[in-house]
Ligand binder design. Structure first.
Ligand code: NAD
Ligand code: UDP
Ligand code: UDP
Length: 336
């Protein structure tokens, strides 16, 4: 300029279409069920580069094999309990077994993953100035005495039971997130995810939706763990992924509940799966495991207000999509 002033920089908002910076995104646990759907969604944006770090404990390369070799995608075999050196702008920290049979299999390792793994990812976020999102869980509410559960409820958790490695592990992970935020100014986001289902769930990981669908397809009895009146609320995975991205790119730290408020007893779920997939199968009652929460339903008022998010898929819409995926993987076509 003649008067020596610099011309104003273009408004990032006005020109965002042209000036969007490339975003390098780390997803720990990205070879798992939810992580792989998140990879798919983030890879759709050609400005994103995605790095997955996973030790394949419960995840599989199969879930993300369609991205291997893509120039914007990188896969690292890595255990988050070890130091990780990468340069990224965003960290979605999902690494942790989510199904009771896997997180109870080596409970000490589950605690290390939650505590040391989250500490390491926070140390990484601190070093590179990245924003980090933790996938916490409705299990932080334990066997809840408040129903439905708002984020302000502190929970009712057994500190030394067989589920504690997971519940208490995630509670400490949340504490670490907020302490790094308060002490070091790290940008954090905490999602509390309620039971989520969809394609790519481990077929034999013991969770209720995957068990019932696999049993119905195989013509086996559906195993309702007593009493069957316990409730859960099931969110379809694409809805969940949408909520995670909104949370990451929004301005609220959370914790924010992400889940579908449609609440079903386990027996109702069994009946729905039976009608939908195989009316010939029986429903039998089997023993339950200790500390099973009796009821669970998210209060999603905060997610609606802060993220403008609510789930779109009802259970009856999501189950058939999961059935298709399970039939392909089990090699059992639907009878005409
Ligand atoms: P998942 O088991 O399919 O995925 C977890 C992934 O983490 C797997 O790929 C596994 O190999 C990896 N992993 C485990 N330990 C690791 C370690 N030490 N280092 C590196 N990778 C490791 O489970 P998911 O259902 O996709 O769950 C993803 C996240 O969401 C978890 O943090 C879980 O606690 C949380 N969550 C899930 C649900 C749900 O209903 N699925 C509900 C609440 C919270
Ligand atoms: N860390 C990591 N990657 C990094 C930076 C740190 O994995 O790029 C780990 C590191 O191993 C450490 C943890 O994060 O154990 C916490 O790091 P922080 O700097 O907060 O703590 P300190 O190293 O001072 O104990
Ligand atoms: N459940 C069941 N049959 C099964 C597996 C699970 O009745 O084959 C019940 C279990 O007792 C619990 C509910 O389904 O009440 C949800 O269990 P899941 O392991 O899927 O998730 P979480 O307990 O972590 O919510």
């Amino acid at each position: 300029n003649q008067d020596g002033k610099q011309p104003p920089l273009p408004s990032p908002l006005r020109f965002s279409k042209f000036f969007q910076p490339n975003m390098r995104i780390l997803i720990t646990g990205g070879a798992g069920f939810i992580g792989s759907h998140l990879v798919d969604r983030l890879m759709e944006n050609e400005k994103n580069e995605v790095i997955v770090a996973d030790n394949y404990f419960t995840g599989s390369k199969d879930n993300i094999k369609h991205w291997i070799g893509h120039p914007r995608f990188e896969l690292i075999r890595h255990d988050v309990t070890e130091t990780l050196l990468v340069e990224v702008d965003r960290i979605y920290h999902l690494a942790c077994p989510a199904s009771p049979i896997y997180y109870k299999y080596n409970p000490v390792k589950t605690i290390k993953t939650n505590v040391i793994g989250t500490l390491n990812m926070l140390g990484l976020a601190k070093r590179v100035g990245a924003r980090i999102l933790l996938t916490s869980t409705s299990e932080v509410y334990g066997d809840p005495l408040v129903h439905p559960q708002p984020e302000t409820y502190w929970g009712n958790v057994n500190p030394n039971g067989v589920r504690s490695c997971y519940d208490e592990g995630k509670r400490v992970a949340e504490t670490l997130m907020f302490d790094y935020h308060r002490q070091h100014g790290i940008e954090i986001r905490v999602a509390r995810i309620f039971n989520t289902y969809g394609p790519r769930m481990n077929i034999d990981d013991g969770r209720v939706v995957s068990n019932f669908i696999a049993q119905a397809i195989r013509g086996e009895s559906l195993t309702v763990q007593s009493p069957g009146s316990q409730t859960r609320s099931f969110c379809y995975v694409s809805d969940l992924v949408d909520g995670l991205i909104r949370l990451m790119e929004g301005s609220d730290t959370g914790p924010i509940n992400l889940g579908n408020p449609g609440e079903f007893t386990v027996l109702e779920l069994a009946q729905t799966v039976k009608e939908l997939i195989n009316p010939a199968v029986e429903i039998k009652t089997v023993d339950n495991t200790p500390d099973d929460p009796k009821q669970r339903k998210p209060d999603i008022t905060k997610a609606k207000e802060v993220l403008g998010w609510e789930p779109k898929f009802a259970l009856k819409d999501g189950l058939p999509l999961m059935e298709d995926d399970f039939r392909k993987r089990l090699g059992v076509a639907k009878a005409k």
